[in-house]
Write a new protein. Sequence first.
Length: 382
Amino acid sequence: MNPSIIKKVTCHAVSAPVERPFTSSRGWLYKQRGSCIVEIETADGIVGWGECYGPSAVAKAYIETQFGPRIVGRDAFDVEVIWEDLYNRIKDYGGKGMAAAALSGIDIALWDIVGKACGRPIHKLIGGAHRTEVTCYATGLYFIDMDRLIEEAVEEAQGYVEEGFTAVKMKIGLGDPKLDIRRVAAVRDAVGADVRLMVDANHCMTVPQAIRIGRELEKLDIEWFEEPISPEDVDGYVEVTRALDMAVAGGENEMTRWGFRDLVVRKAMDIIQPDVCAAGGISECRKIATLAAAHGVECVPHAWGSVIGVAATLHFLAALPDQPPSFRPVPPMFEFEQCENPFRDLLAKEPIVQQRGKVQIPTGAGLGIEIDRSILDRYRVR
Protein backbone atom coordinates (compact mmCIF):
# COMPACT_ATOMS: atom_id res chain seq x y z
CA MET A 1 0.00 0.00 0.00
CA ASN A 2 1.10 3.57 -0.74
CA PRO A 3 2.29 4.84 2.68
CA SER A 4 0.69 8.27 2.13
CA ILE A 5 -2.80 6.85 1.63
CA ILE A 6 -5.31 8.40 4.03
CA LYS A 7 -6.44 5.78 6.53
CA LYS A 8 -8.54 7.72 9.04
CA VAL A 9 -10.14 11.13 9.56
CA THR A 10 -11.10 12.23 13.08
CA CYS A 11 -12.75 15.43 14.31
CA HIS A 12 -12.21 16.76 17.82
CA ALA A 13 -14.83 19.29 18.92
CA VAL A 14 -13.42 21.16 21.93
CA SER A 15 -14.71 23.96 24.14
CA ALA A 16 -13.42 25.81 27.21
CA PRO A 17 -15.08 28.40 29.45
CA VAL A 18 -13.80 31.99 29.51
CA GLU A 19 -13.16 33.39 32.98
CA ARG A 20 -13.79 37.00 31.92
CA PRO A 21 -16.47 37.00 29.19
CA PHE A 22 -16.02 39.74 26.60
CA THR A 23 -18.25 41.45 24.04
CA SER A 24 -17.75 42.87 20.56
CA SER A 25 -19.82 45.54 18.81
CA ARG A 26 -22.12 42.83 17.49
CA GLY A 27 -23.30 42.26 21.04
CA TRP A 28 -22.01 38.70 21.20
CA LEU A 29 -20.99 37.75 24.72
CA TYR A 30 -18.08 35.33 24.42
CA LYS A 31 -18.38 32.87 27.31
CA GLN A 32 -16.61 29.96 25.58
CA ARG A 33 -13.64 29.40 23.28
CA GLY A 34 -13.89 26.38 21.05
CA SER A 35 -12.78 24.80 17.83
CA CYS A 36 -13.09 21.83 15.51
CA ILE A 37 -9.68 20.18 15.28
CA VAL A 38 -9.13 17.82 12.33
CA GLU A 39 -6.81 14.83 12.60
CA ILE A 40 -5.88 12.86 9.48
CA GLU A 41 -3.79 9.70 9.68
CA THR A 42 -2.02 7.96 6.80
CA ALA A 43 -1.25 4.28 6.28
CA ASP A 44 2.32 4.75 7.51
CA GLY A 45 1.16 6.45 10.71
CA ILE A 46 1.84 10.10 9.87
CA VAL A 47 -0.73 12.37 11.53
CA GLY A 48 -1.68 15.77 10.15
CA TRP A 49 -3.58 18.43 12.10
CA GLY A 50 -5.98 21.08 10.82
CA GLU A 51 -8.50 23.51 12.23
CA CYS A 52 -11.93 24.76 11.14
CA TYR A 53 -13.09 28.28 11.98
CA GLY A 54 -16.56 28.66 13.47
CA PRO A 55 -19.02 26.47 15.38
CA SER A 56 -17.27 23.16 15.97
CA ALA A 57 -20.34 20.94 15.76
CA VAL A 58 -21.23 22.20 12.28
CA ALA A 59 -17.74 21.69 10.83
CA LYS A 60 -17.60 18.27 12.50
CA ALA A 61 -20.87 17.27 10.82
CA TYR A 62 -19.60 18.33 7.38
CA ILE A 63 -16.39 16.36 7.76
CA GLU A 64 -17.90 13.25 9.28
CA THR A 65 -20.81 12.98 6.82
CA GLN A 66 -19.42 14.49 3.61
CA PHE A 67 -15.68 15.08 3.40
CA GLY A 68 -14.04 12.49 5.63
CA PRO A 69 -15.48 9.34 4.01
CA ARG A 70 -14.67 10.78 0.58
CA ILE A 71 -10.95 11.19 1.21
CA VAL A 72 -10.21 7.89 3.00
CA GLY A 73 -8.15 5.85 0.57
CA ARG A 74 -6.85 8.92 -1.27
CA ASP A 75 -3.20 9.97 -1.48
CA ALA A 76 -2.53 12.73 1.06
CA PHE A 77 -0.03 14.32 -1.35
CA ASP A 78 -2.88 15.11 -3.76
CA VAL A 79 -3.71 18.16 -1.68
CA GLU A 80 -5.22 20.42 -4.33
CA VAL A 81 -6.76 17.52 -6.25
CA ILE A 82 -8.62 16.63 -3.06
CA TRP A 83 -9.54 20.30 -2.50
CA GLU A 84 -11.17 20.60 -5.92
CA ASP A 85 -13.00 17.30 -5.51
CA LEU A 86 -14.43 18.24 -2.11
CA TYR A 87 -15.39 21.74 -3.20
CA ASN A 88 -17.20 20.42 -6.24
CA ARG A 89 -18.90 17.84 -4.04
CA ILE A 90 -20.44 20.51 -1.82
CA LYS A 91 -20.86 23.66 -3.95
CA ASP A 92 -24.34 22.72 -5.17
CA TYR A 93 -25.45 23.35 -1.59
CA GLY A 94 -23.35 26.47 -1.03
CA GLY A 95 -19.56 26.57 -1.15
CA LYS A 96 -19.08 29.17 1.56
CA GLY A 97 -19.65 29.32 5.30
CA MET A 98 -19.06 26.19 7.31
CA ALA A 99 -18.55 24.06 4.21
CA ALA A 100 -15.47 26.13 3.34
CA ALA A 101 -14.32 26.10 6.97
CA ALA A 102 -14.54 22.30 7.10
CA LEU A 103 -12.61 22.09 3.83
CA SER A 104 -10.01 24.46 5.32
CA GLY A 105 -9.35 22.12 8.23
CA ILE A 106 -8.77 19.18 5.90
CA ASP A 107 -6.48 21.20 3.64
CA ILE A 108 -4.28 22.34 6.53
CA ALA A 109 -4.02 18.77 7.87
CA LEU A 110 -2.97 17.48 4.45
CA TRP A 111 -0.22 20.09 4.16
CA ASP A 112 0.93 19.08 7.64
CA ILE A 113 1.16 15.46 6.47
CA VAL A 114 3.10 16.35 3.32
CA GLY A 115 5.53 18.45 5.34
CA LYS A 116 6.10 15.70 7.87
CA ALA A 117 6.55 13.09 5.15
CA CYS A 118 9.15 15.29 3.43
CA GLY A 119 10.76 16.50 6.64
CA ARG A 120 10.20 20.12 5.63
CA PRO A 121 8.09 23.01 6.99
CA ILE A 122 4.97 23.89 5.02
CA HIS A 123 6.31 27.26 3.89
CA LYS A 124 9.15 25.49 2.06
CA LEU A 125 6.56 23.48 0.13
CA ILE A 126 4.51 26.48 -0.97
CA GLY A 127 7.32 28.61 -2.33
CA GLY A 128 9.78 29.29 0.46
CA ALA A 129 10.22 31.87 3.20
CA HIS A 130 10.36 35.57 2.34
CA ARG A 131 10.96 36.12 6.07
CA THR A 132 11.92 34.09 9.13
CA GLU A 133 9.90 36.18 11.56
CA VAL A 134 6.86 38.45 11.37
CA THR A 135 5.75 41.49 13.29
CA CYS A 136 2.68 40.56 15.29
CA TYR A 137 -0.11 42.77 16.52
CA ALA A 138 -2.15 42.14 19.66
CA THR A 139 -5.87 41.83 19.02
CA GLY A 140 -7.94 42.59 22.09
CA LEU A 141 -9.57 45.59 23.81
CA TYR A 142 -13.06 44.14 23.62
CA PHE A 143 -15.78 45.46 25.94
CA ILE A 144 -15.82 43.86 29.39
CA ASP A 145 -16.54 46.39 32.13
CA MET A 146 -19.14 48.77 30.72
CA ASP A 147 -18.44 51.25 33.52
CA ARG A 148 -14.71 51.43 32.71
CA LEU A 149 -14.65 51.18 28.91
CA ILE A 150 -11.93 53.79 28.44
CA GLU A 151 -9.88 52.88 31.50
CA GLU A 152 -9.84 49.14 30.76
CA ALA A 153 -8.84 49.77 27.13
CA VAL A 154 -5.92 51.95 28.20
CA GLU A 155 -4.74 49.44 30.80
CA GLU A 156 -4.96 46.51 28.38
CA ALA A 157 -3.17 48.36 25.57
CA GLN A 158 -0.38 49.48 27.91
CA GLY A 159 -0.03 45.88 29.05
CA TYR A 160 0.53 44.69 25.48
CA VAL A 161 3.17 47.33 24.88
CA GLU A 162 4.93 46.33 28.12
CA GLU A 163 4.91 42.72 26.87
CA GLY A 164 6.76 43.81 23.73
CA PHE A 165 4.00 44.31 21.15
CA THR A 166 4.65 47.18 18.76
CA ALA A 167 1.15 47.08 17.24
CA VAL A 168 -2.34 46.76 18.74
CA LYS A 169 -5.84 46.34 17.31
CA MET A 170 -8.82 47.46 19.36
CA LYS A 171 -12.57 47.12 19.05
CA ILE A 172 -14.90 50.03 18.38
CA GLY A 173 -18.65 50.22 17.73
CA LEU A 174 -20.21 51.14 21.05
CA GLY A 175 -23.16 52.89 19.39
CA ASP A 176 -21.83 56.25 20.54
CA PRO A 177 -19.28 57.62 18.03
CA LYS A 178 -18.02 60.25 20.48
CA LEU A 179 -17.31 57.58 23.10
CA ASP A 180 -15.58 55.44 20.47
CA ILE A 181 -13.32 58.33 19.51
CA ARG A 182 -12.56 59.23 23.14
CA ARG A 183 -11.65 55.59 23.79
CA VAL A 184 -9.37 55.34 20.73
CA ALA A 185 -7.79 58.72 21.51
CA ALA A 186 -7.07 57.61 25.08
CA VAL A 187 -5.39 54.44 23.83
CA ARG A 188 -3.35 56.35 21.25
CA ASP A 189 -2.19 58.77 23.93
CA ALA A 190 -1.33 55.89 26.29
CA VAL A 191 0.70 53.79 23.83
CA GLY A 192 2.39 56.70 22.09
CA ALA A 193 2.93 57.63 18.46
CA ASP A 194 5.38 54.82 17.69
CA VAL A 195 2.93 51.96 18.31
CA ARG A 196 0.90 50.97 15.27
CA LEU A 197 -2.83 51.12 16.15
CA MET A 198 -5.72 49.57 14.22
CA VAL A 199 -9.47 49.55 14.91
CA ASP A 200 -12.09 46.89 14.19
CA ALA A 201 -15.83 47.65 14.12
CA ASN A 202 -16.97 44.07 13.38
CA HIS A 203 -19.26 45.41 10.62
CA CYS A 204 -21.66 47.26 12.95
CA MET A 205 -21.92 50.60 11.12
CA THR A 206 -23.77 52.12 8.21
CA VAL A 207 -21.85 53.71 5.35
CA PRO A 208 -22.39 57.31 6.57
CA GLN A 209 -21.47 56.34 10.14
CA ALA A 210 -18.31 54.61 8.97
CA ILE A 211 -17.20 57.58 6.88
CA ARG A 212 -17.95 60.07 9.65
CA ILE A 213 -16.08 58.17 12.36
CA GLY A 214 -13.35 57.20 9.89
CA ARG A 215 -12.49 60.85 9.30
CA GLU A 216 -12.02 61.31 13.04
CA LEU A 217 -9.93 58.14 13.29
CA GLU A 218 -7.59 59.44 10.57
CA LYS A 219 -6.58 62.25 12.94
CA LEU A 220 -5.38 59.64 15.45
CA ASP A 221 -2.99 57.98 12.99
CA ILE A 222 -4.93 54.72 12.73
CA GLU A 223 -3.23 52.20 10.46
CA TRP A 224 -6.42 50.57 9.18
CA PHE A 225 -10.18 50.60 9.78
CA GLU A 226 -11.34 46.99 9.82
CA GLU A 227 -14.83 45.77 8.92
CA PRO A 228 -16.62 49.11 9.19
CA ILE A 229 -19.79 47.84 7.50
CA SER A 230 -21.64 44.63 6.68
CA PRO A 231 -19.58 42.21 4.56
CA GLU A 232 -22.45 41.76 2.10
CA ASP A 233 -22.40 45.45 1.12
CA VAL A 234 -19.64 45.53 -1.49
CA ASP A 235 -20.89 48.82 -2.95
CA GLY A 236 -20.80 50.29 0.55
CA TYR A 237 -17.22 49.15 1.01
CA VAL A 238 -16.25 50.84 -2.24
CA GLU A 239 -17.86 54.05 -1.00
CA VAL A 240 -16.14 53.96 2.42
CA THR A 241 -12.75 53.05 0.93
CA ARG A 242 -12.92 55.90 -1.59
CA ALA A 243 -13.99 58.41 1.08
CA LEU A 244 -11.17 57.74 3.56
CA ASP A 245 -7.43 58.36 3.29
CA MET A 246 -6.50 55.58 5.72
CA ALA A 247 -6.64 51.94 4.71
CA VAL A 248 -9.91 50.02 4.94
CA ALA A 249 -9.66 46.30 5.70
CA GLY A 250 -12.06 43.37 5.63
CA GLY A 251 -12.78 39.93 4.26
CA GLU A 252 -12.53 37.64 7.25
CA ASN A 253 -16.11 36.56 6.50
CA GLU A 254 -15.36 35.77 2.86
CA MET A 255 -14.31 32.42 1.45
CA THR A 256 -12.60 31.04 -1.67
CA ARG A 257 -11.11 32.82 -4.67
CA TRP A 258 -14.60 33.33 -6.10
CA GLY A 259 -15.82 35.03 -2.95
CA PHE A 260 -12.87 37.42 -2.95
CA ARG A 261 -12.95 38.10 -6.68
CA ASP A 262 -15.31 41.08 -6.66
CA LEU A 263 -13.77 42.55 -3.50
CA VAL A 264 -10.35 42.54 -5.12
CA VAL A 265 -11.23 43.48 -8.69
CA ARG A 266 -13.36 46.41 -7.54
CA LYS A 267 -10.83 47.37 -4.85
CA ALA A 268 -13.65 47.44 -2.34
CA MET A 269 -11.02 47.52 0.40
CA ASP A 270 -7.32 48.27 0.60
CA ILE A 271 -6.49 45.17 2.67
CA ILE A 272 -8.13 41.76 2.42
CA GLN A 273 -8.05 39.45 5.42
CA PRO A 274 -8.71 35.81 4.46
CA ASP A 275 -8.52 33.30 7.31
CA VAL A 276 -6.68 30.07 6.47
CA CYS A 277 -9.08 28.15 8.75
CA ALA A 278 -12.16 29.55 7.00
CA ALA A 279 -11.46 30.73 3.45
CA GLY A 280 -10.42 27.34 2.08
CA GLY A 281 -7.16 26.48 3.81
CA ILE A 282 -3.59 27.20 2.81
CA SER A 283 -4.18 26.05 -0.78
CA GLU A 284 -6.99 28.49 -1.40
CA CYS A 285 -5.49 31.40 0.53
CA ARG A 286 -2.45 31.23 -1.75
CA LYS A 287 -4.77 31.76 -4.74
CA ILE A 288 -6.60 34.57 -2.97
CA ALA A 289 -3.30 36.32 -2.19
CA THR A 290 -2.15 35.99 -5.81
CA LEU A 291 -5.45 37.47 -7.00
CA ALA A 292 -4.97 40.39 -4.60
CA ALA A 293 -1.36 41.00 -5.62
CA ALA A 294 -2.37 41.14 -9.28
CA HIS A 295 -4.74 44.01 -8.44
CA GLY A 296 -2.55 45.93 -6.02
CA VAL A 297 -4.53 44.95 -2.91
CA GLU A 298 -2.71 43.98 0.28
CA CYS A 299 -3.28 40.62 1.98
CA VAL A 300 -2.98 40.52 5.78
CA PRO A 301 -4.67 37.33 7.00
CA HIS A 302 -7.17 37.15 9.83
CA ALA A 303 -6.33 34.71 12.62
CA TRP A 304 -8.57 33.63 15.49
CA GLY A 305 -8.17 30.13 16.80
CA SER A 306 -5.93 27.46 18.25
CA VAL A 307 -2.19 27.03 17.87
CA ILE A 308 -2.93 24.99 14.74
CA GLY A 309 -4.47 28.02 13.06
CA VAL A 310 -1.65 30.20 14.40
CA ALA A 311 1.00 27.91 12.89
CA ALA A 312 -0.82 27.56 9.56
CA THR A 313 -1.16 31.35 9.30
CA LEU A 314 2.53 31.85 10.04
CA HIS A 315 3.55 29.46 7.24
CA PHE A 316 1.19 31.27 4.85
CA LEU A 317 2.65 34.64 5.91
CA ALA A 318 6.22 33.38 5.47
CA ALA A 319 5.52 32.60 1.83
CA LEU A 320 3.78 35.94 1.05
CA PRO A 321 5.90 38.42 -0.93
CA ASP A 322 6.26 41.96 0.39
CA GLN A 323 3.33 44.11 -0.70
CA PRO A 324 4.58 45.97 -2.68
CA PRO A 325 8.26 45.07 -3.01
CA SER A 326 10.45 48.04 -2.18
CA PHE A 327 13.83 49.10 -0.81
CA ARG A 328 12.37 49.22 2.71
CA PRO A 329 9.29 47.03 2.51
CA VAL A 330 6.45 46.88 5.02
CA PRO A 331 5.80 43.13 5.35
CA PRO A 332 2.33 41.84 6.27
CA MET A 333 1.67 41.55 10.00
CA PHE A 334 0.47 38.53 11.96
CA GLU A 335 -2.72 38.84 14.02
CA PHE A 336 -1.93 37.43 17.46
CA GLU A 337 -5.22 37.66 19.31
CA GLN A 338 -4.74 37.78 23.06
CA CYS A 339 -8.12 36.88 24.52
CA GLU A 340 -8.22 33.91 26.86
CA ASN A 341 -7.79 30.70 24.84
CA PRO A 342 -6.28 27.43 26.16
CA PHE A 343 -6.19 26.00 22.63
CA ARG A 344 -3.78 28.73 21.59
CA ASP A 345 -1.64 28.53 24.73
CA LEU A 346 -1.77 24.87 25.80
CA LEU A 347 -2.56 22.66 22.79
CA ALA A 348 1.03 22.63 21.49
CA LYS A 349 3.66 21.09 23.74
CA GLU A 350 5.79 24.13 22.96
CA PRO A 351 3.53 27.19 22.56
CA ILE A 352 4.09 29.81 19.90
CA VAL A 353 4.95 33.11 21.61
CA GLN A 354 6.02 36.61 20.68
CA GLN A 355 9.22 38.29 21.74
CA ARG A 356 9.73 42.04 21.31
CA GLY A 357 6.76 42.19 18.96
CA LYS A 358 8.01 39.41 16.66
CA VAL A 359 6.94 35.80 16.14
CA GLN A 360 9.32 33.29 14.61
CA ILE A 361 8.12 31.23 11.64
CA PRO A 362 8.05 27.54 12.70
CA THR A 363 10.89 25.56 11.14
CA GLY A 364 9.87 22.01 12.10
CA ALA A 365 8.35 19.56 9.62
CA GLY A 366 4.80 20.31 8.52
CA LEU A 367 3.15 22.83 10.82
CA GLY A 368 6.16 22.55 13.09
CA ILE A 369 4.17 21.93 16.28
CA GLU A 370 3.52 18.87 18.44
CA ILE A 371 -0.03 18.49 19.71
CA ASP A 372 -0.72 17.66 23.36
CA ARG A 373 -3.58 15.18 23.17
CA SER A 374 -4.34 15.59 26.86
CA ILE A 375 -5.70 19.07 26.08
CA LEU A 376 -8.07 17.60 23.49
CA ASP A 377 -9.23 15.06 26.06
CA ARG A 378 -9.65 17.67 28.79
CA TYR A 379 -11.81 20.02 26.74
CA ARG A 380 -13.60 17.59 24.42
CA VAL A 381 -17.29 18.32 23.85
CA ARG A 382 -19.14 15.24 25.03
